[in-house]
Design a protein around this ligand. Structure first.
Ligand SMILES: [Mg+2]
Length: 261
């Protein structure tokens, strides 16, 4: 099999797996990923999940084989460890990322305090802490998330390095330089895979940074992707699938792996 695709960056929830419909996992999609891997392509899952939550997802949904790389919490880059069932940081990216975030969270303290006040007084959203540090929040619904994001946008005007990743009712604070697109760019740099050979697929706000055409020349989304994602993919000359979830990823892979036998 010969195809342009050398690196796949695929979101997990809502893209590769469906939590709301059957099948959870599209067998044809997984088979095609397997064939691409056998032909030399590398497969990365690019997710908002932590390493542990992704591992339980891979187990719970019965993944038939493992990805080559995992990009977790919308920022960290891992490759397989010596023992193939473990993950190790790839390069020094995760270290730099952790340092930049530690600096960010101490310098943006007052902005975050404003957000905490707003969220606890004006919404029913739940704040999430990692030890003492505010990590993010979970809104009750999309409408509440819209109001919270509006507030954060105003509050962060004085601190543009403070950004956030939004995925359905989940929000995670982050440094503006770190997102799925940046993590993918670092992985591609380490692997020396050019933009032209990168396929990416995702369904929500936090995926847009890898679907705007800057990092991956083959961006795509399944039909269940939110409108903003579909627009970003179209604007980047990518492929918006007619099918949902894994079946949509399969459709997009076939589209880009044109001429694949
Ligand atoms: Mg998703």
């Amino acid at each position: 099999m010969h195809s342009l695709i050398k690196l796949l960056s695929i979101d997990f929830d809502g893209t590769l797996v469906s939590r709301v419909s059957e099948p959870v996992l599209d067998i044809q999609c997984m088979e095609l990923i397997r064939r691409l891997q056998n032909a030399g392509a590398l497969w990365a899952i690019n997710t908002g999940r932590s390493v542990d939550l992704l591992e339980s997802g891979l187990a719970d949904f019965g993944f038939p084989f493992r990805p080559d790389f995992i990009l977790t919490t919308e920022r960290d880059v891992f490759r397989r460890g010596g023992n193939r069932d473990t993950w190790e940081p790839f390069g020094d990216w995760n270290e730099r990322c952790a340092r930049d975030h530690a600096e960010l969270f101490s310098s943006a303290n007052s902005v975050l305090a404003e957000v905490v006040d707003f969220v606890s007084q004006k919404t029913k959203a739940r704040l999430i802490y990692d030890a003492e540090r505010l990590e993010g929040l979970v809104a009750e619904n999309d409408e509440e998330m819209r109001r919270i994001v509006e507030f954060i946008e105003r509050a962060r005007a004085m601190h543009p390095n403070l950004d956030y990743q939004r995925n359905t009712v989940y929000l995670r604070f982050c440094h503006a330089d770190y997102h799925k697109g940046a993590a993918l760019a670092e992985l591609a740099r380490l692997l020396e895979v050019p933009r032209e050979n990168i396929f990416a697929s995702g369904d929500h706000h936090n995926d847009i940074s890898m679907l705007d055409g800057k990092v991956a020349a083959m961006p795509s989304c399944p039909a269940n992707a939110i409108q903003e994602v579909q627009d970003a993919v179209r604007d980047a000359g990518g492929y918006v699938a007619k099918k949902e979830y894994g079946a949509g990823v399969h459709e997009a892979l076939l589209h880009f792996a044109n001429g694949l036998r």
